[in-house]
Unconditional design. Structure first.
Lengths: 292, 147
């Protein structure tokens, strides 16, 4: 079989000059080879200075988002031959500050993610920190938010959005979809707080329904749908209509310890890795709602 | 591209990833076009205030194929902008939003199909509706231009 060659045109950002330069590399392509494989091949065989971000190579970590032929793409999930081009132009993600070559800075993206409070808000904080019972949730309630919980924070939606192109303060499709994910979660009690965050010009009203976000999402999250549904909730609230229902009561208390089916598991084992205890403590502080 | 990597106004037009993104770009372009036309139209009709002679000379100046085609484009832009505007109101306020579901692999195909159906059906219904209303004015316009 004849070996097929594809040209990779990399638009590389140079932090020293603040500009871009274009480098061309010709690479041999085999069936099933992804764009990320191509970049790895370039780094191993042609140019070791090429910088890009990647980790799991299986569409789970969301690190390898780049702009391929003008479209924000998860490079580890995109096969070169499926693009049916002899030349591919690869750039860093749009609407994010480039760091070097193909690496984009996610600072603003994660700042927006934090701004929407991406955790369960409960009125009974003590119960949340030291739980005695379980939260109840049936499959129907789970179905309402699971679609939006599939997000891997790859930033493709943020990069495809025309509003983020001009408005730096706009929360962006990822953060708003995540906001809706917690808003509609039957275990969450912070819905009024969440609607207040969403109900602003830099929130849901900044969206103009171009739906590029949903189109490029590699996990089918559909942030545009989340924004539509959030708007509907805000509209219903302003008309004095019923919005989300109250959170469900907690599960009944567990039976006493001697009757508990969980007693066989016993206590958690001691930490065996050096520094793990401090790390766990730090993690607990970060995730303790009493200290937020 | 700006210093911070943001696309700026260029980001309103690229990347065109799907049909709604194209409609978004066209909505912006027709909106700007119609606003410009409004100012030109006000300027044109204000010539009336400068006397009969000026008005006649303005009318003669505008009576050429370039402006006729421009006027037809304005009508088409208004039809598109109106129909798409109604679709946006219906969709943006979540009035015709589907229920969220568990995504099934391959995710993209499923969502794209669902959205394309919604957009195509609403645009067809609205487009035909608005076009019927506009057609009458359109025929009158053609008749006037014919004379």
């Amino acid at each position: 079989m004849e070996e097929r060659k594809v040209i990779f045109r990399l638009r590389r950002y140079d932090p020293e000059t603040g500009g871009y330069r274009e480098d061309r590399y010709e690479i041999p392509v085999y069936r099933g080879m992804t764009v990320l494989d191509g970049l790895i091949w370039i780094k191993e065989n042609l140019d070791r200075t090429v910088s890009y971000r990647a980790s799991c190579r299986m569409g789970l970590c969301g690190s390898c988002g780049m702009t391929v032929n003008g479209r924000p793409t998860l490079t580890c999930e995109t096969q070169i031959l499926s693009l049916e081009r002899d030349e591919l132009t690869i750039e860093p993600l749009y609407n994010m500050e480039p760091v070097r070559d193909l690496v984009a800075d996610f600072h603003q993206f994660f700042k927006n993610q934090r701004a929407i409070k991406p955790y369960l808000i409960r009125r009974d904080i003590e119960e949340q920190v030291e739980p005695t019972r379980e939260y109840l949730q049936d499959p129907e309630e789970w179905n309402l938010y699971i679609q939006f919980a599939m997000c891997i924070t790859c930033g493709l939606c943020y990069s495809a959005c025309p509003t983020t192109a001009t408005n730096e303060k706009y929360l962006g499709p990822q953060a708003l979809a995540n906001l809706f994910r917690f808003y509609i979660d039957s275990r969450d009690e912070g819905w009024e707080e969440r609607l207040a965050i969403a109900d602003s010009e830099d929130g849901v009203w900044g969206c103009h329904l171009a739906t590029g976000c949903s189109e490029v999402c590699p996990k089918g999250v559909d942030p545009a749908l989340a924004i539509q549904l959030l708007r509907r909730e805000i509209l219903r609230k302003s008309l004095g209509k019923k919005t989300r229902r109250e959170a469900r009561p907690l599960a009944p208390l567990l039976p006493p310890e001697e009757e508990s089916p969980y007693r066989a598991f016993g206590e958690a084992p001691e930490f065996t890795v050096e520094g793990a205890e401090e790390a766990a403590e730090k993690f607990n502080i970060l995730h303790d709602p009493r200290k937020r | 591209m700006s210093r911070k990597g943001r696309k700026g106004i260029l980001g309103w037009i690229i990347p065109i990833t799907n049909m709604e993104r194209l409609l978004y770009s066209l909505h912006r372009i027709t909106g700007i076009g119609l606003t410009l036309y409004l100012f030109i139209h006000i300027y044109e009709t204000s010539m009336r205030a400068l006397g009969r002679e000026t008005w006649i000379s303005t009318s003669e100046f505008l009576d050429n194929p370039v402006f006729h085609i421009g006027l037809l484009l304005v009508v088409l832009a208004a039809i598109f902008h109106g129909a798409n505007g109604i679709r946006l109101i219906l969709q943006e306020l979540g009035l015709i939003a589907p229920k969220p579901t568990q995504p099934v692999y391959p995710y993209r195909k499923y969502h794209r199909e669902r959205r394309v159906y919604i957009v195509t059906i609403t645009m067809l219904i609205l487009g035909i509706g608005v076009a019927i209303f506009a057609l009458r004015d359109f025929l009158i316009l053609l008749e006037v231009l014919g004379k």
